[in-house]
Ligand binder design. Structure first.
Ligand code: DGY
Length: 349
């Protein structure tokens, strides 16, 4: 507990972290908490008005951390703690120039995001969106079982399709956790494309191949990835280097029966090109947790209008357990950066 008269550190919290996690912050009497009071994304104007003199700030991926905000905060600011694994909303140059520590929440959301990636692959391949809307709209009475009614490509291997190749854009923790979930479906090959400047880790790939008894685990170029993948899962960080990596050219190379899943950031996929690909049948379907420009994805968005596109509103990490973990790590990162101790996870700047 702070001695009376000892300084208190102002901390701005951009979203209430709930009854299980807020006490972690509230019990630290050295901290003077200023909490965004509403149950919606923090208002920028409110944040700019409240940030001056703060020592720390807990942000969500909906809060932009840029020079304007950091200048407003002033020299007292020591840390930015984000409740997310992605940190594209934080201007890293501006932060490192000021010598600030950034906390984030990797690892704890890996399983939840991998689970949802598989869900979307199944939903998109097996016409889950079309079938669900049909029932919701009262269409089942007019849809009787038919030999090939609402058929889609099977994710698991069969006698008729003994080879199944999963492709990943980005091959970090979440991709590998997703691969482990797909192995029991009989996936035979794992292909991935990642940072072209980093050489393939042949030993690691060989270990994965033997662990899962696959025919191959292989780093390939984007052309080969597009051409060969039956299921293509986008799981790389956002930012300029991955902007629209899935574009018209890429989509045109994919198989007509392939399924695209994006559980990373909307900016990696060109929405207009994807809508065209679905409309014209270049690929089978898409499952999206993220869309460029979200949350501005209205009913008449080109992708929402595509029946073969299943979209959920950025909920890949939204399990009760994972969000509690993420919020806890965000609070612990902030406390450690201000009061001392090890941050659970700090971004290497
Ligand atoms: C993250 O933490 O970056 C995820 O996108 C949240 O779901």
């Amino acid at each position: 507990m702070a001695q009376s008269g000892s300084p208190r550190y102002k901390v701005v919290v951009c979203r209430n972290l709930g009854p299980d996690v807020m006490p972690l912050l509230e019990s630290r009497h050295e901290l003077e908490l200023v909490i965004w009071p509403e149950d919606r994304a923090c208002n920028r104007k409110w944040l700019l008005e409240n940030i001056p003199g703060a020592t720390g700030v807990i942000v969500m991926l909906t809060d932009k951390v840029d020079s304007e905000l950091l200048d407003k905060a002033g020299p007292s600011l020591r840390t930015v703690s984000t409740m997310s694994v992605g940190y594209e909303h934080i201007d890293l140059k501006a932060v490192s120039k000021r010598g600030l520590k950034i906390g984030y929440t990797p690892d704890v959301l890996t399983d939840a995001v991998a689970d949802l990636s598989v869900m979307l692959a199944l939903m998109a391949g097996r016409n889950g969106g079309i079938g669900y809307s049909l029932v919701l709209n009262g269409g089942w009475p007019n849809f009787s079982w038919a030999p090939f009614g609402l058929c889609g490509p099977q994710l698991s291997t069969t006698v008729l399709s003994p080879t199944r190749k999963v492709g990943f854009i980005g091959f970090g923790r979440i991709s590998q956790a997703t691969l482990s979930r797909l192995v029991p479906f009989g996936i035979t090959h794992c292909l991935y494309a990642s940072n072209p400047s980093s050489p393939p880790n042949l030993q690691h790939d060989a270990e994965l191949q033997s662990k899962y008894n696959l025919k191959a685990v292989l780093k390939v170029d984007l052309d080969e990835l597009a051409r060969e993948s039956d299921v293509l899962i986008v799981l790389a960080p956002g930012g300029p280097s991955t902007y629209h990596v899935v574009n018209e050219d890429f989509l045109r190379k994919m198989k007509k029966t392939s399924v695209l899943v994006n559980t990373s950031r909307g900016t990696l996929v060109d929405s207009d090109a994807l809508a065209k690909a679905l409309r014209e049948g270049w690929i089978w379907g898409a499952g999206l947790d993220v869309v460029e420009g979200e949350p501005n994805v209205p009913k008449d968005h080109p992708l929402v209008k595509e029946p073969k596109c299943v979209i959920v509103p950025h909920i890949a990490s939204a399990t009760l357990e994972t969000r509690k973990h993420m919020a806890t790590h965000a609070a612990q990162n902030l406390i450690a950066a201000i009061l001392g101790g090890d941050m659970p996870a700090q971004v290497d700047l």
